[in-house]
Structure formats: structure tokens, C-alpha cells
Write a protein that binds this ligand. Structure first.
Ligand code: APR
Ligand code: ZN
Length: 250
């Protein structure tokens, strides 16, 4: 499996890597739908849906206060570093991620498109005011739900896309443009169940790019893939990169 995938990666010069929460679980951040997924514990539509948030921001912030602790101390894992090295080696031109943890950039990836935003900033839905997420975390013990520093509104949320919210138009257009010209699509750690994000790898397949999926569980796209690697991304990606570099150097 890895050999076949390494041949495809070695030949690629404009590969698109598409990642989901699975690429960050080895950094200590829970995914959503895997065996220990967040949505096995909480109802996603009562936690990260904009309509429920507006009804009662406390529900969301109570969970986010805990989750932030793992986010804050998370570091990139060998999977993130391997993806950054694939870009450095000229096989990959962009990483499109559904993750909001900033770990791809922290690992050195340069072209990172964050379809679901980034959790490091908090934005006020009333006045548009923004502040660092770490500052809001500091007052969550005494201020729940947290209030906007500028207008005292209680509808402040991390600058991430909730269910029921539109994706950032620029990021989505950028992701489609990369997918349409990709000569390889490498999906890592995503259940490929959430749209429109999951249509990005599909766009690459429609444009004729070969598809590799590295995921611990089955996905709806497995039948479309040239190669499916059922493994941990933190283990499989460094091996994949090493074999591709041997072939490219051969
Ligand atoms: N290596 C490989 N695969 C892994 C690993 C790992 N170390 N850990 C988990 N996985 C797999 C899981 O088996 C699962 O199939 O990664 C996949 C993660 O899927 P989800 O938890 O559904 O995450 P994701 O696809 O990113 O979800 C998309 O849903 O809740 C929304 O906005 C949220 O961005 C998220 C979106
Ligand atoms: Zn405000």
C-alpha cells in the first residue's frame, strides 16, 4: 500500500493535502466521530450549532473551556511535520484543513487553507470586536458566558465555523482552485462526512487527480481511492514521505 502511494506522491508536483481532526489526535486533541470522538459525548447540534449557541452561549463555552486546555498544550505530531516536508520537497502545493488548531502552520506548512477558521481569535457577533482566545480563557472561571470587551455583548465566539454558518468564502474558493489543478489528493484523518468541506477532495478527483486516503476508519470515498492506508497518520505519513523521497531520488 505505502509503496503504491509513494509512487503517486513521488510523481506529484501540485498535490493537495486535505486534513481533518484525525491528523491531530496524536497531538492530544480529540476528533469528533472516531471511537473517542467529541460527538460521541456531546450532541454536535447542541454544542457547535449557531442557533443553539445564540440561545445559550454557556453550553458551548463550558465545553470549549475544557477543550481549550488540550488545544493550548498541543504540538504538531510527525504527521503534521511529514505534510510540511512534502510541501518543502515540492510534491504538495497546499494543505486544506478542516481543523482550527493551527498545527499545520506550527509544523512549517506554508500554504494552509483553514476552511473552518482558526480557534486562536474570538469575535463578537454584535460589534465585530476581536480578541485573542487565550485572553477569554483567562476569565472563563469568573465570567460565564464571557462578554465582549468592547460592547459587553454575550455573543462572542471563536472565529471558527459553527454548524449553520457559512464557510469563509475566500478560503473555500482558494481550496477549490487548488483542488481543480491538483495532480494528487491526499486525504488524512477525516471521516469525509461534512460538506461543503468534503467536496474539496472530490473536486480533485473530478479533475482526474489520483486519491490516497490515510484514515483509521472507513470513509465514504474509499472506493474512489487508488490507495487506502488504514493506519495512524503520525506513523504512515513519515514512511510515505521517506519512500517517495527514495523513489524521487532514485
Ligand atoms: N490517524 C488516522 N486517522 C485517524 C487518526 C489517526 N491518528 N485519529 C482519528 N482518525 C480518523 C477517525 O477514524 C475518523 O474517521 O480521523 C477521522 C476523523 O473524522 P472526524 O472526527 O469526523 O473529523 P473531521 O472529518 O475533521 O470532521 C469534519 O466536522 O464537527 C465538524 O467542524 C467539525 O471540522 C469538523 C468536521
Ligand atoms: Zn462586541
Amino acid at each position: 500500500m505505502i509503496e503504491r502511494a509513494a509512487e503517486l506522491l513521488a510523481r506529484a508536483h501540485q498535490g493537495l493535502v486535505f486534513t481533518g481532526a484525525g491528523v491531530s489526535t496524536e497531538s492530544g486533541i480529540r476528533d469528533f466521530r472516531g471511537p473517542n470522538g467529541l460527538w460521541k459525548q456531546y450532541d454536535p447540534y447542541k454544542t457547535a450549532d449557531i442557533r443553539y449557541f445564540m440561545e445559550d452561549p454557556t453550553r458551548y463555552w463550558t465545553i470549549s473551556r475544557e477543550r481549550w486546555r488540550t488545544y493550548k498544550q498541543a504540538h504538531p505530531n510527525p504527521g503534521h511535520y511529514a505534510i510540511a516536508a512534502m510541501e518543502e520537497a515540492g510534491h504538495v502545493s497546499a494543505v486544506v484543513t478542516q481543523n482550527t488548531d493551527g498545527l499545520h502552520a506550527a509544523a512549517g506548512s506554508r500554504t494552509v487553507i483553514e476552511l473552518h477558521g482558526n480557534g486562536s481569535q474570538v469575535v463578537c457577533l454584535d460589534c465585530g470586536g476581536r480578541e485573542p482566545r487565550v485572553d477569554v480563557q483567562a476569565r472563563l472561571e469568573t465570567e460565564m458566558p464571557p462578554r465582549c470587551r468592547l460592547c459587553s455583548g454575550t455573543f462572542i465566539k471563536p472565529a471558527v465555523v459553527f454548524f449553520g454558518e457559512a464557510l469563509p468564502a475566500g478560503a473555500l474558493a482558494d481550496a477549490y482552485a487548488h483542488a481543480a489543478t491538483a495532480d494528487l489528493v491526499l486525504v488524512v484523518g477525516s471521516s469525509l462526512q461534512v460538506y461543503p468541506a468534503a467536496d474539496i477532495p472530490m473536486e480533485g478527483v473530478r479533475a482526474g487527480a489520483p486519491l490516497i486516503i490515510v484514515n483509521e476508519e472507513r470513509t465514504p470515498f474509499d472506493e474512489l481511492a487508488q490507495v487506502v492506508i488504514r493506519a495512524k497518520s503520525g506513523e504512515a505519513l513519515p514512511q510515505l514521505l521517506e519512500k517517495a523521497q527514495q523513489l524521487a531520488g532514485a
